[in-house]
Design a protein around this ligand. Structure first.
Ligand SMILES: C[S@@+](CC[C@H](N)C(=O)[O-])C[C@H]1O[C@@H](n2cnc3c(N)ncnc32)[C@H](O)[C@@H]1O
Length: 302
């Protein structure tokens, strides 16, 4: 039996951060806000309904995303300041954005967290293909990673298979020419006088471009994880983030949890979660999703 309780809050993320019990701290934060797409985003709840930007065939409205980039970044800054005050010293923040506001958000984060708190970024390619007749359409989204405090080392796991990728074919052919007694291919390198052995079947540490997680899995009604919530992210994407930057028993916060993807993954991996969303449809969707998986959370509202 777990000693902690999951929490699902309906309300503005900044206000909820202020309302949480005084000892609540976040070991990991994943934040996937509106992107300033200029539309109201709607659900698909039954067959024939359209999910995403509101259309005549859409289901219920989930949330509005009609503010311009300046308004979005102002709202995010207000929320991030409150979120940061709850983060442990070695906690990581993952801020998921697209091309519309990611550059302004980076500047805001540098100001709030400090430039040296920037810990890299992930380019996620959902695989939706290019749109539009001119130029290169932007087919990736960006996840900025920040440490809660400048100069603090982030905890980072690298050995789980989800955090590794195959070596390049050329590298395998050129370098992995040895076989051990059990028939495994390996290479050996000597660095600063010390010999290291690398096995081909273990792969290499994952880089920052992720193209192996199709966005579609979260959005097609053919997949069990799809809830019909607009802009739902794949569980595999969140599993990679949660495994990389938290351990069992940690508290993972998603201050704009939408359909509850982060919460589902965190609970499954033995982390405690705090989910927040300002949309009643998001809370209803998260609640139903968690209940369907037998995950209990305390509901609260501001
Ligand atoms: C892109 S969606 C999140 C989708 C989510 N990652 C998922 O996998 O389903 C953005 C969410 O931010 C929420 N939101 C926007 N402003 C908010 C605020 N100030 N406080 C809390 N939630 C907010 C919206 O209601 C919406 O559910």
């Amino acid at each position: 039996m777990t000693a902690y309780e999951h929490e699902l809050w309906h309300g503005d993320a900044a206000a909820v951060c202020d309302a949480l019990a005084s000892d609540v701290r976040f070991d990991l934060v994943y934040l996937d806000p509106p992107y300033s797409v200029g539309a109201t985003m709607a659900m698909r709840e039954k067959s024939g309904e359209a999910r995403g930007r509101r259309r005549p065939t859409s289901g219920r409205d989930a949330y509005t995303d009609t503010g311009d980039v300046d308004a979005l970044v102002a709202m995010l800054s207000r929320v991030l300041e409150r979120v940061r005050s709850r983060m442990t010293d070695d906690a990581a923040l993952y801020l998921h954005m697209d091309w519309r506001a990611v550059h302004e958000a980076k500047i805001a984060l540098d100001r709030l967290f400090g430039k040296r708190a920037y810990a890299g970024e992930v380019v996620w390619q959902p695989g939706n293909g290019s749109r539009g007749a001119r130029g290169f359409s932007v087919t990736h989204q960006t996840i900025l990673i920040y440490a809660a405090r400048e100069k603090k080392r982030l905890r980072f796991a690298v050995n789980h298979p989800l955090l590794r990728e195959p070596f390049a074919e050329t590298s395998l052919a050129m370098h992995f020419t040895n076989l051990d007694d059990s028939g495994r291919r390996y290479r050996e390198r000597t660095i600063a006088g010390k010999a290291y052995r690398y096995y081909a079947d273990e792969g290499r540490r994952l880089g920052s471009v992720w193209s192996d997680i199709p966005g579609m899995v979260a959005n097609t009604p053919l997949r069990a994880e799809a809830t019909g919530y607009p802009t739902q992210k794949p569980e595999k994407l969140l599993e990679r983030i949660v495994r990389a930057s938290s351990v069992e028993g940690d508290t993972v916060c998603d201050p704009m949890c939408g359909s509850g993807t982060t919460l589902t993954v965190a609970a499954r991996l033995g982390r405690r979660f705090i989910g927040i969303d300002a949309s009643d449809v998001a809370i209803e969707t998260s609640r139903a999703r968690l209940a369907g998986l037998g995950i209990e959370a305390r509901l609260a509202a501001l």
